[in-house]
Design a protein around this ligand. Structure first.
Ligand code: NAG
Ligand code: NAG
Ligand code: NAG
Ligand code: NAG
Length: 493
């Protein structure tokens, strides 16, 4: 008589996944949060078995370009509001249940309050995010001692951030790590360093998305079709959750709960509440929906998404050429730039990764060159290369390390791309992670650099060609008569 319960217990121990969906072996929801994934987790995700090049001993790094996304941040104000709305929604849903005396509903849902209730401002870099960048700074110096042994000078290690505080705070955290033990400030022997920012309205290097009128129009235009794209995925997950938990969730509830799961898991390391409402395969679907959106609006889905990043790519190439010239001219160390360090947003990192052709296979690279759109990332469980969790997690980054190699090789300079600190194959360079500089420049960068930012981004270009003289005149007039409201709308062109 005692046998059946013992067997059940035995089976439970053997197959916990059958009872607790999220306990599926090796499934860690924190690795599946698309662009809300934490850096230390993203860094360890390696889907492919790429074997990095052996960099010859004779080659030495002479310059480093960094493009990094800010670290883990608090939910933005808009998202805080969405979570408050979820509190009310859950109350309503549970109200119906109470009457039916239903059980089996996760206990945390009863009387749930947003952990951010009472928080009035959002979007800032949180402590965990500071740590991500601080440690990245320390590791970067350790990995490239030859590049970071110079005394700090803003011309040797320029640090640039956008005017958005989570990006500039990220720059500061990185610099504190990079230059720790090099100064005299406090027990950490910190060093003060400069972080410079362009004004938001004219930062075409790091906030090109915000300055590009055509892109803004494209995004607005795409929103309905992105929603359409995600709708069936959300519907599928919604139906399953309604069935499982006996609560009448709507698609928008599920979207908020998925957002809550991402915040709980990445900011609070809590995976047994909102995340536990979903099975691993449902998480996989929601992650894919996020990745599709990122692909369409910020990635390979449209060439404008990344082409508008040409000023940044130009800046990177130019800094490498300058470093090569300094080397060729035999300048003494301490007299030229060793690294250019940039701190920005997913909207910067994603396009930049596209511009250098990361996350592509060979044929896709050719498609990009022919200006053909790429296929959308495939539905799980099929594998895809394009994953937000790895392409642009919090503190995600690309380092382009320029190497000088011995003269007896056909190429003297090579570029190595580290994505999230891992050597990464370049489809445009025969899938090597160690690419002769000339090849990198001609085959990967040049096809993009022939495009002009202003031409790509100004919507009223055609119109302005005809009206430009009048506009110029109106602009000059407006300087003298600022009160004149008859100034044409597109005067700032
Ligand atoms: C959910 O909605 C359906 C119809 O839309 C209704 O029949 C059912 O009683 C509702 N269930 C709960 C728990 O509110
Ligand atoms: C997060 O939670 C996991 C268990 O789910 C634990 O192993 C890990 O140490 C926690 N991390 C932090 C930073 O608290
Ligand atoms: C030329 O390259 C070989 C390796 O291919 C190396 O062993 C040798 O030292 C190099 N010679 C010079 C002069 O750099
Ligand atoms: C010369 O360059 C090739 C890459 O084109 C590389 O595989 C090789 O190791 C390099 N040799 C030396 C000595 O730098």
């Amino acid at each position: 008589m005692a046998a059946p319960p013992a067997t059940v217990l035995f089976l439970l121990l053997l197959f916990p996944a059958a009872v607790f969906p999220n306990a599926e072996e090796n499934f860690d929801v924190r690795r599946h949060l698309s662009t809300a994934t934490r850096y230390h987790i993203a860094k360890d995700i390696s889907e492919n078995s790429f074997v990095p090049s052996n960099i010859p001993d004779q080659c030495t790094p002479i310059h480093l370009n960094l493009v990094a996304r800010h670290g883990t941040r608090a939910p933005t104000k808009k998202k805080l509001k969405e979570l408050e709305a979820l509190v009310s929604r859950l109350k309503v849903l549970l109200e119906n249940v109470k009457e039916q005396k239903s059980t089996g509903i996760p206990t945390w849902l009863w009387g749930w309050k947003s952990p951010w209730t009472g928080k009035h401002k959002g979007g800032e870099l949180i402590r965990e995010g500071e740590n991500e960048l601080y440690e990245l700074g320390i590791r970067t110096r350790e990995q490239f001692p030859d590049l970071f042994n110079e005394d700090y000078h803003p011309d040797i290690y320029p640090i640039k951030a956008t005017q958005v505080s989570r990006a500039s705070a990220s720059a500061v955290a990185f610099g504190m790590g990079l230059f720790s033990d090099r100064g005299n400030l406090g027990p950490g022997r910190h060093r003060a360093f400069a972080v410079t920012s362009e004004s938001r309205a004219s930062d075409i290097m790091l906030r090109f998305h915000d300055c590009c009128q055509n892109y803004k129009a494209f995004r607005k235009n795409q929103e309905p079709s992105v929603d359409k794209l995600k709708e069936p995925i959300l519907n599928e997950v919604t139906q399953q959750l309604v069935k499982r938990w006996g609560l009448n969730f709507t698609r928008s509830d599920i979207s908020s709960l998925w957002f809550l799961c991402k915040q709980e898991a990445s900011l609070l390391n809590t995976t047994d509440q909102a995340c536990a409402l979903f099975t691993p395969s449902e998480v996989g679907l929601l992650e894919w929906a996020d990745d599709l959106e990122v692909f369409v609006l910020k990635g390979y889905g449209n060439s404008l998404n990344y082409r508008m990043g040409v000023p940044l790519l130009e800046d990177v190439i130019q800094s490498m050429e300058q470093a090569i010239k300094a080397k060729e001219d035999g300048l003494v160390s301490g007299s030229y730039e060793m690294a250019r360090l940039r701190f920005a947003h997913a909207e910067t990192l994603l396009p930049f990764s596209c511009l250098i052709g990361l996350f592509l296979d060979g044929p896709e690279f050719e498609q990009i060159l022919r200006e053909q759109p790429l296929e959308l990332p495939v539905k799980p469980p099929k594998k895809r290369i394009w994953r937000g969790s790895s392409v642009a997690p919090f503190a995600g980054n690309n380092m382009l390390v320029l190497y000088s190699c011995p003269a007896n090789n056909s190429s003297r300079y090579f570029v190595q791309v580290l994505h999230n600190e891992r050597p990464t194959p370049l489809a445009g360079c025969g899938n090597s992670d160690f690419c002769p500089f000339e090849l990198f420049k001609e085959r990967i960068a040049a096809p993009h650099l022939k495009h002009d930012y202003n031409a790509l981004c100004s919507m009223e270009l055609e119109q302005s060609k005809q009206t430009a003289p009048t506009n110029k005149f109106a602009q000059i007039l407006s300087w003298f008569f600022p009160g004149d409201s008859k100034q044409p709308q597109n005067a700032e062109l």
